[in-house]
Design a protein around this ligand. Structure first.
Ligand code: IFM
Length: 431
């Protein structure tokens, strides 16, 4: 039997000694969250029902989350303390349109207050319209595979753009459509629990059409006001590397990249003003990988550092992804998410440094990358992992809802203050 040749050694980000770097003055530094993961208190969405059915691994419930719905002002103070210039948040569709065609003015007014307060604090909001959760009426009448989603998403988008759009210059229509459709419609692990390749592909077509409709509507409504917002999608992008340099492994890796990312990029980039990059990790793909399960079963080389969820820490992947995007498309990029599940906070500072340095290097060599949003502002409800995965710059005690800045949060604070990393912060946080 011929032994496959080993992959060429790629140095770990951690092997590169930290050096100072700086970011341009207009580069946005922010954090990101999602409504379902932080707000709590809403019973009218698909994840509420999923939690009620006991589908969350640690038994926690999105009804609690971070109780952000009642703590908006205090959570903006947390961001002010960090010194960020931007914040990516999402709106809960089930609150805004609790029944089909009926809009809740009170919920819209509360989001207006939040956006106004952010702007007043000098924090530019980036608003996501759909981040994995649906109103129950939508979930029960076809969700994202029905043709009606295009008009329904359009109607919701139009109402939001009309009532909140004057406060928003950066929109994400849909967060990680590949993850949403793969887990919800292909593997059945998330609501609505379908296991159907054809639903996945139909959903991918609907997502592209719904995004295009939302893109058109946001621009039409904003243009009429003389406003020119940037509209895009936050794509979940991974590096897929073949397990060996042999052709069958390379083909398997290329197939996953096509199935889980390229089809979404190719169909939506023509109707986008920027590409949002949510980057966390890479997967190693062998020829034996079943393309329909490989996405959820992450495969990592034995000697690699991983986060609490077993995802490889691979900072170079962020540059590889951005460079590839730069070669294929001509749009500006925004790092709409990047972060680590690290309950002990032993890896986050270095993770943050290594990834941001990749971005800074690209920017200084001329790449058009407009900002970096760290996932996440605070620990939050991490879907099937519930409260157990800790992604926050602030630790959350869910019993008391107390937020405590982690050491890595202090490091991000220094980065925001210095607009980069200085020798002093390297000594203080990385040595
Ligand atoms: O928490 C999620 C987020 O909702 C979407 N992107 C990945 C994050 C970490 O898994």
């Amino acid at each position: 039997m011929v032994r496959p040749a080993p992959l060429p050694e790629i140095p770990l980000g951690h092997d590169r000694p930290p050096a100072p770097f700086s970011l341009p003055d207009n580069f946005q530094l922010g954090t990101a969250t999602a409504s379902l993961q932080i707000e709590g208190g809403d019973r009218n969405n698909s994840w509420f029902r999923w939690c009620e059915r006991g589908r969350i691994k640690d038994g926690s419930h999105c009804l609690r989350a971070c109780d952000h719905w009642n703590r908006v002002a205090a959570d903006i103070e947390l961001q002010k303390a960090l010194g960020v210039t931007a914040y990516r948040m999402s709106l809960e569709w089930s609150r805004i349109e609790p029944r089909e065609g009926t809009f809740d003015e009170e919920a819209i007014a509360l989001y207006r207050e939040e956006l106004t307060a952010l702007r007043k604090a000098g924090i530019t909001p980036m608003v996501t319209l759909h981040h994995f959760s649906n109103p129950l009426w939508l979930e029960d009448s076809g969700g994202w595979t029905a043709a009606s989603i295009v008009d329904r998403f359009g109607r919701y988008t139009a109402r939001v753009a009309e009532t909140l759009g004057d406060l928003v210059d950066h929109w994400v229509t849909i967060n990680e459509p590949n993850v949403y459709l793969a887990f919800g419609y292909l593997f059945g692990e998330w609501p609505p629990g379908k296991r159907s390749p054809s639903a996945y592909f139909t959903g991918a077509r609907r997502v592209a059409a719904a995004h295009e409709e939302a893109y058109r509507l946001i621009h039409a409504i904003s243009d009429a006001r003389g406003q020119h917002p940037m509209v895009g999608i936050a794509h979940h992008l991974r590096v897929y590397d073949p397990a060996t340099p042999e052709r069958p492994d390379k083909r398997a890796a290329a197939r996953l990249q096509r199935l889980f990312q390229d089809i979404f990029l190719d169909r939506t980039v023509p109707f986008s003003d920027f590409i949002g990059v949510n980057y966390y990790s890479r997967d190693i793909v062998a020829r034996s990988a079943n393309p329909f399960t490989a996405f959820t079963r992450r495969s990592v080389k034995a000697d690699r550092r991983v986060n609490d969820l077993g995802w490889e820490i691979y900072p170079e992947g962020l540059s590889r992804i951005c460079t590839q995007l730069g070669q294929r498309y001509t749009l500006p990029l925004v790092i709409t998410e990047n972060g680590i599940a690290d309950a002990g906070d032993t890896l986050r500072s270095r993770y943050l440094y290594d990834h941001l340095r990749e971005v800074a290097d690209l920017v200084s060599s001329g790449a058009d990358i407009r900002g970096y949003f760290h996932w996440s502002l605070m620990d939050n409800f991490e879907w099937l992992e519930g409260e157990s995965a800790r992604f926050g710059l602030y630790a959350v005690d869910y019993e008391t809802q107390q937020r405590t800045l982690r050491r890595s949060g202090e490091f991000y604070q220094a980065i925001c203050r210095d607009r980069g990393v200085t020798r002093k912060s390297i000594r203080e946080y990385l040595e």
